[in-house]
Design a protein around this ligand. Structure first.
Ligand code: NAD
Ligand code: UGA
Length: 428
């Protein structure tokens, strides 16, 4: 099939590469000319494991352009993958989606299936449909489908090929689009959940809100564990073995970040409030998350009486491992909070870059450079290379002895056997 993907970010580029691998002709469109130039020069603007290789492999079925004009005529399917960030009040900024509708409206002259992959609040796809009609597009020339995306950054390609479900939201009376979607995804072996447009939109928000709830739950439990000298990892393991609870998303730490959980939980809260529904749980989830970094800063303050002459190495800047994404990164927020204590901070991340760091924060090019002469090493992102550090070497490089595990990802015994002190929150 001939497919246009509008928006070539984490979701758009992954979708395009996977669809090309499935055998489709895919045209990637992005209004950011710099991104398109990079892609046309064989470079991938984001770090996502396996993405460059998949794009290179399917180069003959992929094109990259900054204008819809060239390809929209030929496409029978259009995927919308533009960003849907938060507005100041927490509701969703739909201006990028609106811009796409404007651009599409006067270019639809043959039948298109328009598939929304961007995460949008309930009611948005129905609104897109009506907008296109208002702009004069004939209802015979298009259908709109909600097909939310569930990939995780860092394992995006794997997640798309091994999806646990394909959610398809259809307008009532749309008897064509499901077959189109099934044809597009031939080769991906996942159960279909077929629902209304609003239903698909709600599944996406409920999914992210539930995962965020699990994280805030275990973070609150870790605070209670701290008071009773209990290791929260034991508790997570103990409760996670119950199949009704499950082992995933029970890793306590600095809280959830990234471009999705924070904005989506907030957006769902706003959606509920717009219908006079009090979202008690969603509000509590966010309160725990927003205060999680303070808990770690307070714990650090119990370890040193004066921060002014300290050198602290912070390992991790990205919002999670295996990505260069720093959008709403807890690690970056932690660094900024810590910098207010006037210590010297040496930060390191294998992929992510600090934007406009405070004057007392320096980003180092290697772990060794970051930890040399440090009084304390903080693990702020759970990259594998931090979990696998040679702790004897770390001990020899550091001035102090404290390893502060803000991601609960290290084994205390491996660290303490070299004379270092392991400190976590809720780790007994
Ligand atoms: P992103 O910011 O990485 O990419 C969005 C891209 O859209 C940008 O490159 C931007 O230049 C482009 N764009 C904006 N307006 C455009 C227009 N009018 N025409 C062409 N291009 C335009 O965003 P993302 O992380 O890929 O997220 C996209 C959507 O997918 C969001 O709604 C997000 O919530 C959702 N989502 C993201 C993830 C994820 O892991 N990042 C996972 C699932 C769903
Ligand atoms: C998340 C969801 O997992 C995807 O299913 C969804 O498609 C995506 O959001 C989205 O809608 O954009 P992502 O943000 O890439 O994916 O990353 P996650 O692995 O979910 O992690 C999110 C945050 O939670 C990270 O900061 C991570 O460190 C934190 N986290 C995760 C924890 O603190 N504890 C955990 O146990 C798991």
């Amino acid at each position: 099939m001939n497919i246009c993907v509008i928006g070539s970010g984490y979701v758009g580029l992954t979708t395009a590469a996977v669809l090309a691998e499935l055998g489709h002709e895919v045209n990637c469109i992005d209004k950011n000319k710099q991104k398109i130039d990079m892609l046309n020069n064989g470079k991938v603007p984001i770090y996502e494991p396996g993405l460059k290789e998949l794009i290179d492999k399917n180069y003959n079925r992929l094109t990259f352009t900054d204008s819809l004009d060239d390809y929209i005529k030929r496409a029978s399917v259009v995927f919308i993958c533009v960003g849907t960030p938060s507005l100041q009040d927490g509701s969703t900024d739909l201006s990028y989606i609106e811009a796409v509708i404007d651009e599409l409206a006067n270019r639809i002259h043959s039948y298109k299936t328009i598939v929304t992959k961007s995460t949008v609040p309930p009611g948005t796809n129905e609104w897109i449909y009506n907008k296109l009609l208002e702009k004069g597009v004939s209802p015979e020339l298009f259908n709109i489908v909600s097909n939310p995306e569930f990939l995780r950054e860092g394992s995006a390609i794997h997640d798309m090929f091994h999806a646990d479900k394909i959610v398809v939201g259809l307008r009532s009376g749309d008897h064509q689009s499901l077959t189109v979607l099934q044809k597009i995804y031939t080769g991906i072996n996942a159960p279909y959940v077929i629902t209304s447009l609003n239903g698909a939109e709600m599944i996406k928000y409920a999914s992210n809100a539930f995962l965020a709830t699990k994280i805030s739950f275990i973070n609150e439990i870790s605070r209670i564990c701290e008071a009773f000298q209990v290791d929260v990892n034991d508790v997570a393991k103990g409760i996670g073995l119950d199949p009704r609870i499950g082992p995933h998303f029970l890793q306590a730490g600095l809280g959830y970040g990234g471009s999705c959980f924070p904005k989506d939980v907030k957006s769902l809260e706003r959606t509920a409030l717009s219908k006079n529904i009090q979202p008690y749980l969603l509000q509590a989830v966010q309160t725990v998350n927003e205060t999680q970094i303070d808990i770690y800063i307070e714990k650090l303050k119990t370890l040193f009486s004066d921060f002014t002459n300290l050198k602290i190495a912070v390992l991790g800047i990205a919002f999670k491992a295996n990505t260069d994404d720093t959008r709403y990164s807890p690690a970056e927020r932690f660094i900024r909070h810590l910098s207010q204590l006037d210590c010297e901070i040496h930060a390191y991340d294998p992929q992510a870059k600090l934007q406009n760091p405070p004057r007392n924060v320096m980003q180092k090019e290697s772990i060794t450079a970051a930890i040399r002469d440090a009084d304390c090493v903080v693990i702020a992102t759970d990259w594998n290379e931090f979990k696998q550090l040679d702790w004897l070497e770390v001990k020899q490089l550091m001035k102090g002895t404290i390893i502060f595990d803000a991601r609960n990802c290290l084994e205390r015994s491996k660290i303490e056997k070299h004379g270092l002190h392991y400190v976590g929150v809720g780790r007994g």
